[in-house]
Structures are given as C-alpha cells and as structure tokens.
Design a protein around this ligand. Structure first.
Ligand SMILES: [Zn+2]
Length: 134
C-alpha cells in the first residue's frame, strides 16, 4: 500500500511517524468533544513527547485564532458592513461567533501542526508499525 503524503497526514490528523494511526478520538464537532489519544493505535508513539508538550500548541492555537479573527473582520468589511462606531458591536459579535466555531478546529490542528512540523526528530518512518518502537 502506498503511504499517504505529509499534507494528507496533516489534513486527516494522522500520526506523524506511521501516518496511519489517528491522533484524536471523537469527532471534531461532537457533543462530548474530542480527545487526544495518548499513544498512536498503530505504531504506539506517545503523542505527548514530554510533560507539558501540548502547552506549545496553545501558542499555535493563539496565532491561528488571531489570523482567523482578522480574516473574519476583513471578510465582514468586504461583504458590506461599514466600520462605524454603531457597527462595532456587530463586528465583535460576528468575530466571537467565528472564534467559537473555529475553536475545536484550532485545538485539533494546533496539535497536529506541532507534532508534524515543530517537533524535531519526529518524522515519517516507513514500516514502523511492525517494529513497535517508542
Ligand atoms: Zn503511529
């Protein structure tokens, strides 16, 4: 079976080492929420590389959130809402709705970006699922 590309592994939230196991369990917008698996179900990689590892994802999530807020504000302006003092609360309300809608996405993809692109020494290893190394 041909392995999936790195971009596809990121989009589908697959393990950075085997690109087969899921990083998260639960659906993105499920009522009970999503949780990060402790270990990859295929290659047994521990996703939290060290204590406090996912705190870094909080900063990535923050950067994603700021970019989304600016994009929503600019899109609202382009779509016709004038930026006046009276419309300020409408802008804030639209941005806040966007923030809440994107929050589960930021949670998920900040961790995926951290694991795939910002963790040194963690890369794709073909055939690792049979080796069972950690
Ligand atoms: Zn894996």
């Amino acid at each position: 079976m041909k392995p999936i590309s790195k971009i596809q592994a990121v989009v589908e939230c697959k393990c950075p080492r085997c690109r087969k196991g899921q990083i998260f369990s639960g659906k993105l917008y499920a009522f009970k929420g999503q949780t990060t698996n402790e270990y990859c179900p295929v290659c047994n990689l521990r996703f939290e590389r060290e204590p406090g590892f996912f705190y870094v994802a909080m900063f990535i999530s923050y950067a994603m959130n700021v970019a989304e807020m600016i994009t929503i504000a600019v899109a609202t302006y382009i779509l016709g809402l004038e930026l006046t003092y009276e419309n300020l609360w409408i802008f804030v309300a639209i941005i806040m709705v966007g923030v809440f809608l994107f929050a589960p996405l930021n949670y998920r993809y900040s961790r995926v970006f951290l694991l795939h692109w910002l963790t040194p020494g963690l890369g794709y290893v073909p055939g690792v699922e049979t080796a069972k190394v950690n």
